[in-house]
Every structure is written in structure tokens, then in C-alpha cells.
Design a protein around this ligand. Structure first.
Ligand SMILES: [Zn+2]
Length: 283
């Protein structure tokens, strides 16, 4: 079953609703507009449809501008760039720590080596003759060798870790650089698309200005007030349907519209847009 609704006439003489006081006023009917008398010739009302088309076009362009795939793509790339930046900071910090750790281990190896050389020099110089002292010195040299081996292993392990981190750092840097070029390319595509949309919007906006200048101020004010909430303020009544909300009018409302003077400004009760009558209205 087709949905039906009521049409409302813009009644010029309707006073603003008085506030209910003491319950003495009869209930105010739910219909009626707060604007003053608005009448317009059928030709002027038709201009509203041009205005509505241009407003719809402007809204489409605005929607396209915000929904450009390049905008989403850039956001994705920027998120990745930010991840890479963080990862690079972490890697560089780790590399710094590892480099310091490696230097420390290398210094330790050097110290042990020096100590071994000193001990050996004492041995070779025959400075130690007591058997017990000799044994103790030889045992110290052996233990120093073990210590040197352990430390050298630590240095090797640190070098391997550093190598892995270095290549990770190289990968991150390479990705960051290629991401930078990719972002520049996407931004250029986005800018070109935005420029084209802006040019179309400027054209539509100019046309809108020229159409609006043909519409009397009171009607334009009514239209703009509706436009603020609806996007467009007027719709054609075509084949007994409001083209704004696509709902059909019932017979009683159609009769009211038929009976109204051509310069009455009729509004759709359902969506509140101005209903513009044309030969296609089916009245
Ligand atoms: Zn409607």
C-alpha cells in the first residue's frame, strides 16, 4: 500500500501560536508555519527547482570531495608512516644500546688480554721461581683465557644482534622513503581531484547565486531555512508524489492543492519541503 500524508498550505495570515495559559485557548492545530505570508508566481516557484538541483549538485560535490579514495589512502599511508617512525626510533635506540654494550665488552676483552700479556711477560722473564707462585700464575692465565673466550663470545653475539638490527633499520628506512614518494603521488592525485571538484562547485555556486537573485527574499528565506535541515528546500510535485521524500499525496490533500491559488506556496507535510507544482504534477 502506498504511503499517504497530508499537504500543508502556507497560510499568510496565521499568527504565531500563543503560549498556552490557563487552558482557556483551544488546542492549536499541529499544522502551520512560523514564517510570514509567502506567495510566489508559478514561474518564480519553478526557479526553486533549479535552486534545489544546484544545491543537490553542491552537496554531491561536497560528498565526493570528502569521500575521495585518495583521502582514505592517504590516511592509511600516514598511519603506516607514523608506525614506521616509531619503529625507527625504537630500532635506533636499541642500536645505540647495543653499540655501547659492544664497546664495553670489547674493552673488557682488551683488559683481559693485557693482563694475560703481563702475566706471560712475568713468566717469560723468569721473575717467578717459587713453585707455588708459578702454579698460581699459570692457573690465573688459564682462567683469564677462559674469561677472554667468554667475553669474545659475548662480543660476537652482540655483533650478530647488531647486524640483524642494522638490516631491520635498513628495511624500515627503505620503506619510509618509498612511502614518502607514494604519499607525495597520492597527495598530488588528491589535489588534482579536489581542484576539479572545486572548479565544478564554483561554477554551480555562481549559477546558484544568479538563480537565487531571481527569487524574492521572503521565498528565498523560507527555502534556505528548509535547506538547512533538508539539504534542498524544494521538490517537484510529480505524478501526485513529492519528489523530495517520494511519498504519494492522498486524494484529500490533492484536492486542497487543486483548490489553492497558483501563487500559494505549498509544503509537503511529510518532509516539509516546498512542493512546486508543474504540468507533471498530476493534479
Ligand atoms: Zn516530501
Amino acid at each position: 500500500m502506498a504511503q499517504v500524508y497530508h499537504a500543508v498550505l502556507v497560510r499568510g495570515g496565521d499568527p504565531p501560536k500563543p503560549p498556552a495559559s490557563g487552558g482557556t485557548h483551544p488546542p492549536t492545530p499541529p499544522l502551520g508555519l512560523t514564517l510570514g505570508p509567502v506567495k510566489a508566481s508559478p514561474q518564480t516557484q519553478l526557479r526553486l527547482l533549479e535552486l534545489a538541483d544546484l544545491d543537490a549538485e553542491l552537496a554531491r560535490l561536497d560528498h565526493r570531495r570528502r569521500g575521495l579514495p585518495e583521502v582514505a589512502e592517504l590516511a592509511r599511508l600516514e598511519a603506516r608512516a607514523s608506525e614506521l617512525k616509531d619503529a625507527l626510533v625504537v630500532t635506533e635506540t636499541e642500536l645505540g644500546d647495543l653499540t655501547r654494550e659492544q664497546s664495553r665488552a670489547e674493552r673488557d676483552v682488551e683488559q683481559v688480554r693485557t693482563r694475560i700479556e703481563k702475566d706471560r711477560a712475568r713468566l717469560d722473564a723468569g721473575q717467578v721461581s717459587a713453585a707455588r707462585e708459578l702454579a698460581s700464575l699459570q692457573s690465573e692465565i688459564e682462567s683469564l683465557h677462559r674469561r677472554q673466550g667468554d667475553l669474545e663470545e659475548v662480543v660476537l653475539e652482540l655483533m650478530e644482534r647488531k647486524e640483524t638490527l642494522d638490516s631491520r633499520h635498513d628495511e624500515l628506512t627503505a620503506e619510509r622513503d618509498s612511502l614518502g614518494s607514494e604519499m607525495a603521488a597520492v597527495a598530488a592525485r588528491r589535489d588534482a581531484a579536489v581542484k576539479e571538484i572545486d572548479e565544478q562547485a564554483a561554477k554551480a555556486s555562481d549559477q546558484r547565486g544568479s538563480v537565487a537573485s531571481d527569487v524574492p527574499p521572503d521565498l528565498l528565506a523560507l527555502y534556505d531555512q528548509i535547506r538547512k535541515t533538508k539539504g534542498v528546500g524544494a521538490a517537484m510535485l510529480r505524478a501526485r508524489r513529492c519528489e523530495g521524500c517520494h511519498l504519494s499525496l492522498n486524494a484529500a490533500d490533492l484536492n486542497v492543492i487543486r483548490a489553492s491559488a497558483p501563487d500559494e506556496v505549498v509544503r509537503c507535510e511529510e518532509c516539509r519541503r516546498i512542493l512546486v507544482r508543474t504540468p507533471e504534477s498530476g493534479l
